[in-house]
Structure formats: C-alpha cells, structure tokens
Design a protein around this ligand. Structure first.
Ligand code: HEC
Length: 143
C-alpha cells in the first residue's frame, strides 16, 4: 500500500481539518458569549462578600481546603459547604467550635478567633461561592 497516501489526500486533510476546527472554534466562542450574561454574578458581590474573601486570603484557608477543586487536599472542599452544612449559621458555628481536641488521628482545624462581623463576612463569601454556576462541581454534596 505504499503510495496510497497521495499529496491531494494530505492537502484535503489539511484544509478539511483546518476548516473543521475553525468552525468548531467559532461555535464554541459563540456559545461562550451566549452563556456569559447568565453566569455574570458581579451584582452579587457585596462589600461583605469582598471582606469575606479578604479573610479567606489572609487566613490562608486555601492552604488546607479546596474551593471548587483548587487548593490543598488536607481538609474538605468548601465551594459547597453552605449547602452541605445547611446554612450560614452552621458554617459560622463550625468555624467557632474548632479545634476539637482528643479525637486521635482526626485532622483538626485551627481556631482563628474571628469576630462576629468577620464570621458574617466569611460566611457571606462562602455562601456567594456556593451560588456560582460551576457546572455541578463538586459533583456530590460531600465535595
Ligand atoms: C490548618 C488547616 C486548616 C486551615 C488553615 C483551615 N481549615 Fe477549615 N478545616 C480543616 C480541617 C482539618 C477540617 C475538618 C475538621 C473536622 O471535621 O473536624 C476543616 C473543616 C472546615 C469546615 C467544615 C467543612 C465540612 O464539610 O464539615 C469549614 C466550614 C471550614 N473548615 C472553614 C475554614 C475557613 C473559612 C478557613 C479560613 C478562615 C479554614 N477553614 C482554614 C483545616 C483547616
């Protein structure tokens, strides 16, 4: 079968492939532009959410946790923690109640001594993250 792959076949594959992927690129770009306004959440980013993100960064929560899959794998995913624990109040209570001593082998979370205002802010941030359309990530409630 040597010589079966002719120059014209190579040319057709090149032009055909180029056209196919060019139109695929256009179709996906069009889809992105259609989706964008539905996913634009900027109006939900209140000053409280911004302050909560500041706490998230300055206390290095991501050094132990993941947020929508990004971060460290020492502790649970927090992108959906408000849904998992049921409410912002439960999240605040959890953060305040740590660490829990005396359970051998259990990973433990430090106490951050956050004020009530800071707890409201971090909870608002986590609630905001929970409402982002992340195409169902994480795939289950456990994270
Ligand atoms: C030193 C590592 C570490 C850091 C830093 C850390 N955590 Fe944690 N966190 C953990 C561990 C470990 C657990 C699970 C502990 C447990 O269940 O007792 C946890 C659990 C949680 C939970 C409950 C998750 C669930 O599914 O039950 C929340 C909410 C939480 N952390 C919030 C935070 C926030 C907010 C910050 C930053 C202010 C933070 N964590 C920083 C280690 C950490």
């Amino acid at each position: 079968m040597s010589g079966a792959f002719s120059k014209s076949m190579a040319r057709n594959i090149f032009f055909g492939g180029t056209a196919f992927f060019f139109f695929l690129f256009l179709a996906l770009s069009f889809d992105t532009i259609q989706q964008y306004p539905k996913r634009d959440m900027r109006q939900n980013i209140t000053p409280q959410v911004v302050a909560g993100k500041h706490i998230w960064e300055t206390r290095n929560c991501i050094g132990c946790h993941t947020l929508m899959g990004e971060g460290a794998y020492f502790a649970p995913e927090l992108g959906n923690v408000v849904a998992r624990l049921g409410s912002k109040e439960a999240v605040k209570a959890f953060i305040q109640s740590r660490p829990v001593a005396g359970i051998p082998g259990r990973r433990s979370m430090p106490q951050f001594n956050l004020t009530d205002k800071e707890l409201d802010e971090i909870a608002a941030f986590l609630e905001h993250v929970n409402t982002i359309n992340s195409a169902n990530w994480p795939p289950n409630i456990q994270g």
